[in-house]
Ligand binder design. Structure first.
Ligand code: GRF
Length: 199
C-alpha cells in the first residue's frame, strides 16, 4: 500500500509512521510527505529520505486553485491512501471526491464531540472528564467522516491544553499506526459506515 502523508506542524504522528515502517511493523510505502507550509514535519520526512512537497495557499489566487494543485500533486504519487496527520487545512469537495474513501484524518477529541481546529481546548473548556482521539475517513464536512478508531484519554484536574494534548498525542501516534496497518492488511477496501437517514 502506498500512502501520501500531509502535515502542518511538528510531525510527531508522521514520525510514528516512519518509525513503524523502518522497524518493519507497518508494511506501507510512504511515497511522499506534503505540507501547506514549511514545518518540522517536512524536515522529519527529509531526514528519512522521503520525497516532500509544499503547496502553500499564499501562492494561489483562489482557494479552488490551491485545492486543484494539491489534488494534482498528491495524485502524481498514486497513493492508495492519503493520511492527514496533523494537516490543519480543510480540503474542498472535489479533493475529497478525487480520493473518495481513501483519506484518513486524526483528530484530538472523541468525535462527534469537539470537531474543528481546537478540539483539545474545546473539550477542556466544556469540562469533560474523558476525551481522546478519533481516526476517521475524511468526507466533505469538518471532522464528520465515518469513524475508524477511537481511544479515550482521561482529563486530569491540573491539565492545561498543552498537557492534555501531549497525552492525547501519545495515544494518537499508536492508534494512527495501528489503523493504517489494519487498512493495509485488508484485502478489499474498507468503506465508510453509511450515515443513518432517520433519527
Ligand atoms: C495532532 O494532535 C492532530 O490530531 C492535530 O494536531 C496534532 C498534530 O501533531 N490536528 P503532530 O504534528 O503530528 O505532532
Amino acid at each position: 500500500m502506498r500512502i501520501v502523508v500531509m502535515v502542518s506542524g511538528s510531525g510527531t504522528n508522521l514520525q510514528s509512521i516512519l518509525d513503524a515502517v523502518a522497524a518493519g511493523q507497518l508494511e506501507v510505502e510512504v511515497a511522499a510527505v506534503g505540507a501547506d507550509k514549511p514545518c518540522v514535519g517536512i524536515e522529519r520526512a527529509e531526514r528519512a529520505g522521503i520525497e516532500t512537497f509544499l503547496v502553500e495557499p499564499a501562492d494561489f489566487e483562489t482557494r479552488a486553485e490551491w485545492n486543484r494543485h494539491l489534488e494534482k500533486t498528491v495524485a502524481s504519487f498514486s497513493p492508495d491512501f492519503v493520511i492527514f496527520a496533523g494537516f490543519m487545512r480543510i480540503v474542498d469537495a472535489d479533493f475529497v471526491q478525487q480520493f473518495e474513501n481513501r483519506i484518513i484524518n486524526t483528530h484530538p477529541a472523541l468525535l462527534p464531540s469537539f470537531p474543528g481546529a481546537h478540539g483539545v481546548r474545546d473539550a477542556l473548556d466544556h469540562g469533560v472528564k474523558i476525551t481522546g482521539l478519533t481516526v476517521h475517513f475524511v468526507d466533505s464536512g469538518v471532522d464528520t467522516g465515518s469513524i475508524l478508531a477511537q481511544a479515550a484519554v482521561p482529563v486530569l484536574p491540573e491539565d492545561t491544553e498543552e498537557t492534555l494534548h501531549e497525552r492525547i498525542k501519545v495515544e494518537e501516534r499508536k492508534l494512527l499506526v495501528q489503523t493504517i496497518s489494519e487498512l493495509a492488511a485488508e484485502s478489499s477496501p474498507r468503506l465508510p459506515k453509511e450515515k443513518p437517514q432517520h433519527r
